[in-house]
Design a protein around this ligand. Structure first.
Ligand SMILES: Cc1ncc(COP(=O)(O)O)c(C=O)c1O
Length: 466
């Protein structure tokens, strides 16, 4: 009999070679594989990760893309998943399973205005479901006939699939992937630091929200069924709208019967100091999509949560000759896996039992207090965000707001990493505007760890811009 495999065993040099020869890394210029050894992360505990050479880093990014909410090394998640896998790993989502039911109940407890939860496995997919809901509703429901178009903002990101990219602004990110899907309509963002209407907050009329109505009127209100926004734009540069923004947008959506879709993929699960990002604003979305922090990325899970009124659009009478379908004609194979919901249940239990949303709020305030100290540097143009979600926009001239170059940004990030801290950045999203460094540490962070992160950034700034 063959000995049992130990899948955790590896040989370092074999892995380094394997990484170079077999792995195609996400978002990294390929040429650098030929000369540089890539970082291979092998272990994590709390906020600290270790690479294959034994070097430790303090991770200020919750796993690179803001998703490991409860930190690394949570045995209880692994144990819960292991037990569920042994009992019942999978059956298609056309049927029910216990972890899915329990986690749907938990989500609706957190979203009392909503009525149904639809599971899939990535943020892109959760958004695709939302778009398909809008489109199918426009075909099967007399009141929504013809309302198939989706509006989106020019700095938001909603995913990697062609549909989700059709709803994504970020010109540079999109540039090689068109033509895109018809029926997506762009509108300007609400970033005060670089106001699309050249206004100053306090002296403006929230044109960024009000002018959306003109775009709707031009496009034809009878053709628009949905509007997708991130509560706080993440990859587009950590952009928090002013408090008047969403109420205006919501009013416009109500007036023209447009479903407001909040993409909580990044902001959900405590990231911004409240459980949901949209809770900071006076707004009540019709559809909410979520992923990343849902299961703290211990498993892949996403969800599209809708108001009962949205669900009821799909409750058509099948004998009615005017309606073709009486259900949402969609499936996702992995939406029937049981481990993701199990991991999500345990991760959410940890968030609740350890008061991590409150920690996110308190440590978030401390993070911004410390980041504010960096304003003394000429290169720090703007600091923004909320809770444990922060961004620094770097400029070469505070007055003209001229962004630092790609090369300066790359050097700066490299210098932070050499201080033993991993931070994130906007990358290939906007021509000339990939100058935003971001921070989204796990929700368990301590003051001391905040100090280490900000200290590393200060040192890196001094080294880069000396
Ligand atoms: C706001 C937002 N929505 C959707 C997505 C897509 O999620 P996924 O990469 O899981 O498909 C992302 C990914 O970064 C995101 O930031």
């Amino acid at each position: 009999m063959k000995p049992k495999m130990n899948w955790l065993d590896y040989d370092i040099e074999d892995m380094v070679d394997g990484d170079k020869n077999c792995l195609w890394h996400h978002l990294k210029p390929h040429k650098c594989f030929e000369t540089q050894e890539q970082m291979i992360i092998v272990e994590g505990r709390g906020l600290v990760v270790k690479d294959i050479r034994g070097k430790e880093y303090l991770d200020a990014t919750s796993g690179g893309v803001w998703s490991v909410m409860v930190g690394y090394g949570r045995d209880s998640i692994a144990e819960a998943v292991c037990a569920q896998m042994k009992k019942m790993p999978y059956f298609a989502g056309v049927f029910g399973n216990v972890p899915a039911i329990k986690f749907a109940q938990k989500l609706l407890e957190k979203l009392p205005n909503h009525g149904k939860v639809y599971f899939s496995n990535s943020g892109s997919e959760a958004n695709e479901k939302a778009f398909k809901l809008v489109r199918q509703a426009s075909r099967i429901n007399a009141k929504r006939k013809g309302k198939y178009k989706i509006m989106y903002r020019d700095r938001d990101y909603h995913g990697t699939t062609i549909g989700a990219m059709s709803a994504t602004g970020q010109a540079q990110r999109r540039q090689d992937f068109g033509p895109f899907v018809d029926g997506f309509v762009e509108f300007p963002h609400c970033a005060c630091y670089r106001c699309p209407y050249d206004k100053t907050y306090g002296k403006c009329d929230i044109e960024c929200a009000r002018n959306v109505e003109d775009i709707i009127l031009k496009e034809g209100p009878d053709t628009i069924g949905g509007m997708i926004v991130e509560p706080i734009t993440a990859g587009g540069g950590i952009l928090k709208p002013v408090e008047e923004y969403y109420p205006v947008l919501q009013e416009i959506c109500k007036k023209y019967d447009i479903w407001l879709i909040m993409d909580e993929v990044v902001c959900g699960f405590g990231r911004t100091g409240k459980f949901w990002g949209h809770e900071h604003f006076d707004v009540d979305p019709d559809i909410i999509t979520m992923a990343k922090g849902l299961a703290s990325s211990y498993e892949a899970l996403s969800a599209t949560v809708v108001k009962q009124k949205v669900y009821e659009v799909f409750l058509n009478d099948p004998t009615d000759p005017d309606t073709r379908l009486n259900y949402f004609r969609d499936i996702s194979t992995y939406g029937g896996c049981t481990s993701p919901m199990t991991a999500a249940l345990e991760s959410t239990r940890i968030i609740e039992d350890e008061n991590l949303v409150e920690n996110s709020r308190i440590m978030g305030e401390y993070l911004f207090e410390k980041l504010d100290e960096l304003k003394k540097y000429d290169c720090v143009g703007d600091i923004r965000g909320l809770g444990l979600f922060a961004g620094i926009e770097y400029v070469n001239n505070k007055e003209s707001k001229e962004p630092i170059t790609e090369e300066q940004m790359a050097t700066l990030i490299g210098n932070v990493i050499s201080e033993g801290v991993i931070v994130g950045r906007t990358i290939s999203s906007f021509h000339g505007l990939n100058n935003i460094m971001n921070f989204a540490p796990c929700l368990i962070i301590t003051k001391k760890q905040v100090d280490t992160i900000v200290g590393a950034v200060a040192n890196a700034i001094e080294k880069t811009f000396k």
